[in-house]
Design a protein around this ligand. Structure first.
Ligand SMILES: *[C@@H]1O[C@H](CO)[C@@H](O)[C@H](O)[C@H]1NC(C)=O
Ligand SMILES: *[C@@H]1O[C@H](CO)[C@@H](O)[C@H](O)[C@H]1NC(C)=O
Ligand SMILES: *[C@@H]1O[C@H](CO)[C@@H](O)[C@H](O)[C@H]1NC(C)=O
Ligand SMILES: *[C@@H]1O[C@H](CO)[C@@H](O)[C@H](O)[C@H]1NC(C)=O
Ligand SMILES: *[C@@H]1O[C@H](CO)[C@@H](O)[C@H](O)[C@H]1NC(C)=O
Ligand SMILES: *[C@@H]1O[C@H](CO)[C@@H](O)[C@H](O)[C@H]1NC(C)=O
Ligand SMILES: *[C@@H]1O[C@H](CO)[C@@H](O)[C@H](O)[C@H]1NC(C)=O
Length: 520
């Protein structure tokens, strides 16, 4: 398996077949700055040979090179010939800066859909509820422009972008890249649409501004997070395709690394404390958490570490790897200025997650359940809740491990890249049904494609884009979107979460009352 991973670092998460064509994606950048010139030349010639070999094999690979490994063959139906759409920057350069027109537009899955999407997909209906009766008009788009970083239009399977302002780092590049990959995974399936995207942290569209007669004015704005007070439409964040600035790999690769890393220290052998590492200076809530750190006066069972990002960058990311951070039995999740992308990495550790009650949600977190996937911690009273949770876990190691495992399982099995694409597909599909007009390419928009996005990039940016490239269309259609939750069901599930939270708070209060009594 290890050997296999070495040969095919460009993983293939989308099906049973591994494609020879993956070889040309051996990420050169994997070895960035770490190899001597000779080693680089050697590697380069290897890649050239691999590319040549690859060129002779593609675009159509007959069957699967691993077909004899029978764990992969579930049906006796012959799989389709697998078509590959390589990204070749030298061809792109020859053709000038234009995007090629030969993209696949037909989708012919081998299998029909039988699976229903996970429960969190049901929130798609909820997030679009505001526009259910009014539909989405060009006027609403006009109103939303001021809040957006860019407008993205899909017409006939091609993507056009009108850029308004520059967002932080390259979040927008990776977000648009994700949408381009969706079109490669399900060619011909993503309908024409017109949307606005905001890629900052804070939520933008306040629900209270669009009540009563104003309710037909609400601009639909895609964003990475939402809250009960807002109408922002929640979309997967850029880190699923990589966060180049801080060297966090695309999600599949990062998850694989964390799974490997967490095996190094068994739960029992992990430090019996609650761990958090990050930048506290982005939110009052985080600064408040810092008061719980170990001090001369008191031990709250909490170990906090300051992450100085500029130092981390200076050190070449050598001492701050997420995959090396599964060494504590408990890991704290705390929001930054809004939601934090750290949630999935924290939950993936198999440690019990101590979740400081969030105010914001991302697309998957609304289906997570306290005491099943994580242990809830109050925002006020953090230190006492944390101390109690850790002591409880150390007294009930089996239950604590179970909660840790269930959290990781949710992340590994439900938050697969396939489901991230499925979520995007259904959200965009439902959204497009609400449009009251035929999407047209805005006059100031420019067409984007994988070539125009990736070929001009350098270093880790280029590496991550190539690593997360979808190389072939899916062999099966997207999962089936489950129906909306009944309003009563949403209320019931919110009540249930509240009840569990209250129960845990009560346990904490009882524990502290007892401690107070004995100390008096
Ligand atoms: C990319 O295209 C060039 C020019 O046609 C070709 O020589 C090269 O082998 C191609 N590379 C890959 C990886 O397909
Ligand atoms: C909503 O309506 C009120 C008047 O009822 C108006 O003052 C306000 O500006 C409107 N808000 C928006 C966002 O148009
Ligand atoms: C928290 O305490 C530990 C142990 O004393 C120390 O190493 C660490 O730097 C402290 N963290 C912060 C953020 O001050
Ligand atoms: C963070 O690291 C940089 C570079 O290593 C250093 O110059 C800076 O003083 C550090 N900041 C803090 C708050 O420690
Ligand atoms: C990071 O680690 C690599 C390999 O261990 C080493 O070659 C490199 O010099 C280190 N970088 C820094 C800045 O310490
Ligand atoms: C953990 O066990 C110790 C010893 O039995 C007990 O004193 C303490 O109250 C327990 N704490 C919790 C939170 O269960
Ligand atoms: C325990 O005592 C502390 C300090 O005396 C007090 O702040 C806290 O509210 C008490 N806790 C409970 C649960 O009564």
């Amino acid at each position: 398996m290890g050997e296999h991973a070495k040969i095919f670092p460009g993983f293939w998460p989308y099906g049973d077949q591994v494609i020879l064509g993956c070889i040309h994606n051996v990420g050169l950048g994997r070895f960035k700055g770490l190899v001597s010139t000779t080693a680089f030349l050697f590697l380069f010639s290897f890649v050239l040979i691999a590319a040549l070999f690859n060129w002779m094999q593609v675009p159509i690979i007959q069957g699967s090179p691993l077909a004899h490994m029978s764990f992969t063959s579930r049906s006796n139906k012959m799989p389709h010939e697998r078509v590959e759409f390589p990204l070749n920057c030298s061809i792109a350069a020859l053709q000038g800066k234009k995007c090629p027109n030969k993209y696949p537009s037909v989708f012919e899955p081998d299998e029909s859909s039988t699976e229903t999407c996970p429960d969190y997909f049901r929130w798609i209906h909820q997030d679009l509820q505001q526009w259910k009766t009014s539909g989405i008009t060009e006027d609403m788009i006009e109103r939303g422009k001021a809040s957006a970083h860019f407008r993205l239009v899909i017409v006939g399977g091609n993507v056009y972008v009108e850029k308004y302002t520059r967002p932080y780092q390259t979040r927008d590049v990776f977000t648009k890249w994700g949408i381009l990959q969706l079109l490669r995974l399900y060619p011909g399936k993503v309908p024409d649409l017109d949307l606005l995207f905001y890629s900052g942290d804070e939520t933008k569209i306040m629900r209270s501004d669009y009540q009563g007669p104003n309710s037909t004015l609400a601009p639909p704005l895609f964003h990475y997070c939402g809250s009960e007070e807002t109408l922002d439409i929640v979309f997967p964040d850029w880190t699923f395709w990589g966060w180049a600035e801080v060297n966090i790999m695309p999600w599949e690769d990062m998850l694989r690394a964390i799974k490997k890393g967490r095996k190094r220290t068994k739960w029992e052998q992990r430090e019996p404390y609650a761990f958090w590492k990050g930048n506290p200076h982005v939110a009052k809530n985080r600064l408040d958490l810092m008061k719980c750190n170990l001090s001369d006066q008191y031990d709250w069972n909490v170990r906090l570490y300051y992450k100085n990002w500029s130092k981390v960058v200076d050190e070449g990311f050598n001492y701050s790897k997420l995959e090396d951070q599964c060494t504590y039995r408990y890991k704290i999740y705390i929001e930054g200025s809004t939601w934090s992308v750290s949630k999935k990495y924290i939950l993936a550790c198999d440690s019990m997650t101590l979740m400081i009650k969030p105010r914001y949600f991302d697309f998957f977190s609304r289906s997570m359940v306290p005491m099943q996937h994580y242990w809830p911690i109050r925002r006020q009273d953090k230190c006492r809740d944390l101390k109690f949770a850790v002591e409880w876990g150390n007294n009930h190691t089996q239950q604590a491990q179970d909660i840790g495992k269930a959290g990781s399982k949710f992340i590994e099995e439900i938050l697969t890249m396939r489901n991230v694409y499925n979520y995007m597909f259904h959200l965009l599909n439902e959204y497009s049904k609400l449009l009251k007009y035929k999407p047209m390419v805005p006059s100031k928009a420019r067409r984007i494609c994988v070539e125009s996005t990736a070929c001009k990039q350098k270093g880790v940016w280029k590496e991550f884009l190539f690593q997360s490239l979808v190389k072939s269309p899916s062999h099966k259609p997207p999962c089936e979107l489950p129906p909306p939750y009944e309003p009563q069901a949403i209320q019931a599930s919110m009540d249930k979460i509240d009840n569990v939270d209250k129960q845990v708070e009560n346990w904490g209060n009882v524990y502290w009352n007892k401690l107070n009594e004995t100390n008096q």
